[in-house]
Unconditional design. Structure first.
Length: 267
């Protein structure tokens, strides 16, 4: 190929997309464990989202083109003046290692757009909302609980959070407090799998549903006639839950067709 032809071809290639972003200051950091933490950053005045949306964070670099971006679910209420994220350090992960080294007053990049369809409004109307999470998959549910009126269309809500160790139960006190005074409208079921005796239940969520232990602990049935299920966690968990719920008659959400189960995968 002639040199002039190669140059023309290079010019014809679309330029890489550079996200429209702003640099936002970290206002607070909370360490749950050495590898699990929450950060709060300033929120642009025009930044709108719904519980279940995720944002993309980037680390400041010399040029916007060189920035590396990662998605994180928003934990804040929609009315909050700041944005909060629940983060976990990925072993060998260059991005989270740099993120973990940041301190209050440092900045991160925030893409102006929001993403995702893990919104409870995608679900058909139902009486009981089951919110099932492993690890940092808890984040979207905290946003739902914090947002005034977000769960008003349900008679009851059950939040199930499964972790390996008790100190990984982020936001536990914040969830237990309203659950205790909700007169049964909110049920919180923490599950710790690697510290025997710490929680009432200790198995994996799919197994606890299959044998009925989770429903018994929550005090509610899991029936597609009146239950709606949100599942957020690692791919193995979400894949297993999709098959289990489908066997029980739950249907996925489709475009323009509300269903009874909704999924979000977290690594």
């Amino acid at each position: 190929m002639a040199e002039t032809d190669a140059a023309a071809l290079a010019l014809a290639k679309p330029a890489p997309r550079v996200p429209r972003s702003t640099a936002q200051r970290i206002s607070a950091i909370r360490r749950w464990t050495p590898v699990l933490w929450s950060i709060r950053i300033e929120r642009p005045a025009d930044y709108l989202f719904q519980p279940g949306h995720y944002a993309r964070l980037g680390l400041p670099v010399d040029t916007p083109e060189a920035a590396v971006w990662r998605p994180y679910s928003i934990v804040s209420a929609t009315t909050d003046s700041e944005l909060e994220f629940l983060l976990v350090l990925i072993p060998g992960g260059a991005f989270t290692s740099q993120l973990a080294a940041l301190r209050e007053g440092d900045t991160v990049l925030l893409e102006q757009a929001v993403f995702g369809f893990f919104l409870d409004s995608q679900l058909a109307p139902g009486d009981t909302l089951w919110m099932l999470a492993t690890g940092t998959g808890l984040g979207p549910y905290v946003s739902l609980l914090r947002t005034p009126g977000a769960l008003d269309r349900y008679t009851r809500a059950v939040l199930v959070h499964s972790v390996r160790r008790a100190d990984e139960l982020a936001y536990r006190d914040e969830i237990e407090a309203p659950a205790a005074v909700s007169h049964g409208r909110l049920t919180y079921v923490p599950i710790v799998t690697r510290e025997p005796g710490v929680s009432a239940l200790a198995g994996r969520i799919p197994q606890l549903i299959a044998n009925g232990a989770l429903q018994a602990q929550a005090g509610h049935t899991l029936d597609p006639a009146d239950s709606r299920v949100m599942v957020c966690g690692n791919p193995e968990f979400t894949t297993e839950m999709r098959a289990l719920l489908a066997e029980r008659g739950f249907t996925p959400c489709r475009r323009n067709s509300p269903g009874s189960m909704l999924f979000e995968k977290y690594w």
